[in-house]
Design a protein around this ligand. Sequence first.
Ligand SMILES: [Zn+2]
Length: 263
Amino acid sequence: MRWFVRILVFLLVVPLALVAAFPQILRCQLIDHAADFQRLAPGVWVDKQTPERQRVYLLFEIHEARKRLEALWNSPAQSRAEVIYCQTPEQYGRYCQDGEGAGCSLGTPWGDSWVIINPYGRNPDVLAHELCHDELFTRLGWLKTQRQIPQWFNEGLALMIDQRFTTTTDSLHRFEEFTDHWQRQSKGQQIVLDLTELESLRDFFSGSSERVMLAYMTSGREVARWLSVVGRQGLGKLVDAIWKGEEFGDAYRRLEQEAQGKR
Ligand SMILES: [Zn+2]
């Protein structure tokens, strides 16, 4: 095939296939036409029945979540995800792929993304967590995120600003707190998970809720450890390196070694 035909096929087939496989993406894409939603602020959608107080809190909490995001990334947030705040679990299920959890984030190869919030997920922790997934997605793009980022890193990073597990912003202290959580969840290391068992989305979320929680704590502990070594600039350097074509694993180890060498 001539190159332009290939590109044309790619541009047409990939979006159609994605939309067919994940109708939630189409619903998110058409949120401004949804009968039950209205725009609260630029990029923020709420169910029309949402009480006034909840609307005010939601905007405040998004603001708080963004502040945490910028502190972690040490630079202005690039995430442009539209936030969709649902009022019922059924509504949430229509916009979020598996309909589970307090919130979820969706992104497309063409760069649109959404953070969908469950009725009980409206708080800065869930918002910061999901916006952190979106920040990584925005900075790396869909393909690089899919191909390069292991799920343990994506989840571990989001946990750094999800204060359900730690409220400290000091990286060494954060590592100690996650080590405590991990010790408890692994029952004193009787059950341990290797990072290589947590690379794909499916691997990460397979098994019992106990195992998934251990997967989170294993990931949070590892990312907290890495950040305590590479420092505040490390995350930006990692993303730059992957963007320039270095493999995730190589860049992750190299930055750690370089930081240790400077000590
Ligand atoms: Zn997550």
